[in-house]
Design a binder for this molecule. Structure first.
Ligand SMILES: Cc1ncc(C[n+]2csc(CCOP(=O)(O)OP(=O)(O)O)c2C)c(N)n1
Length: 376
């Protein structure tokens, strides 16, 4: 007997889990259909982005769920190991067991079918096979909830046929389209990344959350102003705007995600997801130095890319090229007055603050104070 999916989802709701993100899998489709029908569900482009968006939602006070195929667990390992773990940001995961030994399945699932549980263990993630018996499930959910309350992620491994059928209600597609695109029209003044961060930090008001991408961006922001409303990403490269999406959708904070060209390219699909959900209170700033500065200045492939065009074509409401710090400040202040999902692009010259240190505050301490800031 399969689990009554609605009854199961409602139990999750009772425990407070009503925000979902994920990528579909046929073994999980009934739970996914339930989540789309009955809860807030973000359709991520990649399972790693889904984990990051759920982590962002958690920062904004939501207990959140990620849904993925076990093949997608491989996409999610970076955020699970270096975002959830390092920042102690728990998510409740459901991962399917395609390729379960003994069941016939497609060849691409064969290996993952034998290592899914081992991967979770290697990543220090607590997990259980989800039972198909409802009374047992209630006990399992209580254990999962306890782990989440203890800031530990918990995953259920879900076998074929665990959930009973849920039909998708009619899906209403959220139509988004760019309303304002401002392209390059003059020479760039090419400030340092540090100067850009100083400008962003200066505009910050009591309602602003600043999220800084992996590497020297976070380290420089920390040295400019270590504030409770800042998050300095370590690891989970490319996830900063997906975290921003989770925060912006679940809070009224002005959420500014500061990206690097290498990081943005690593998970460029998240631009499309951000645009689809279009939280007005999110500003996505790309600082492009055409290099991986944090790892020694190796080139990125950003030189040939028109990011204003890219963000505009996936549907960011505003996509703006800024040529200097004055324009940057004006755009941020104007977005604060009239918020709408905005992408801002600025080119910088290469170079790093002298004697740049590393944040002395630990990632989980950053999380704790940021949550207090966001949720009061
Ligand atoms: C998944 C992953 N791959 C590689 C790295 C190593 N790494 C840390 S920062 C960085 C470069 C980031 O480049 P960019 O986003 O352009 O920012 P910049 O360093 O130029 O400011 C890299 C490759 C990492 N942290 N995570």
């Amino acid at each position: 007997m399969a689990l009554d999916t609605y009854k199961f989802g409602d139990e999750l709701k009772k425990l407070g889990f009503d925000f979902y993100s994920g990528v579909p899998c046929s073994f999980l489709n009934n739970l996914i259909n339930y989540a789309i029908n009955e809860c807030d569900y973000v359709m991520s482009a990649n399972e790693g982005d889904a984990v990051a968006t759920s982590a962002g939602a958690y920062l904004a006070g939501k207990k959140s769920v990620v849904l993925m195929q076990n093949s997608g667990l491989t996409n999610a390992t970076s955020p699970i190991t270096s975002l959830n773990y390092s920042f102690q940001l728990p998510v409740l995961g459901f991962v399917s067991l395609r390729g379960e030994p003994g069941l016939s399945d497609e060849p691409q699932h064969e290996l993952m079918g034998t290592i899914t549980e081992k991967m979770l263990e290697l990543m220090n993630v607590k997990w259980e096979y989800l039972s198909a018996d409802f009374n047992e499930v209630l006990e399992q959910l209580a254990r999962a909830d306890e782990a989440i309350l203890n800031d530990e992620s918990f995953f259920f491994v879900v076998k074929k046929g665990t959930f009973d059928k849920v039909d998708l209600k009619e899906q209403v597609i959220n139509k988004v389209a760019n309303q304002l695109q401002i392209n390059k029209s003059q020479e760039d003044s090419l400030p340092l990344r540090l100067n850009v961060l100083e400008t962003i930090s200066k505009t910050k008001c009591e309602n602003t959350v600043l999220l800084a991408t992996t590497g020297k961006t976070g380290r420089e922001l920390y040295e400019i102003d270590d504030a409770k409303n800042n998050l300095y990403m370590v690891g989970s490269m490319g996830s900063i705007s997906s975290i921003g999406l989770g925060i912006a959708l679940n809070s009224n904070k002005n959420t500014i995600a500061i990206d690097g060209d290498g990081a943005l390219l690593m998970r460029m699909g998240n631009l499309a997801t951000n645009a689809y959900y279009s939280p007005k209170n999110m500003l996505h700033i790309l600082i492009d130095n055409n290099i991986h500065d944090s790892t020694g200045g190796q080139f990125t492939v950003s030189s040939n890319i028109d990011f204003v065009q890219v963000s505009s074509s996936v549907g960011y409401e505003q996509s703006i090229y800024v040529h200097n710090l004055k324009e940057l400040e004006e755009v941020i202040l104007s977005w604060m007055k009239n918020p709408s999902l905005t992408f801002v692009y600025i080119r910088v010259k290469k170079g790093t603050k002298e004697n740049l240190g590393r944040p002395k505050v630990k990632p989980f301490e950053v999380k704790k104070r940021l949550m207090e800031f966001i949720n009061g």
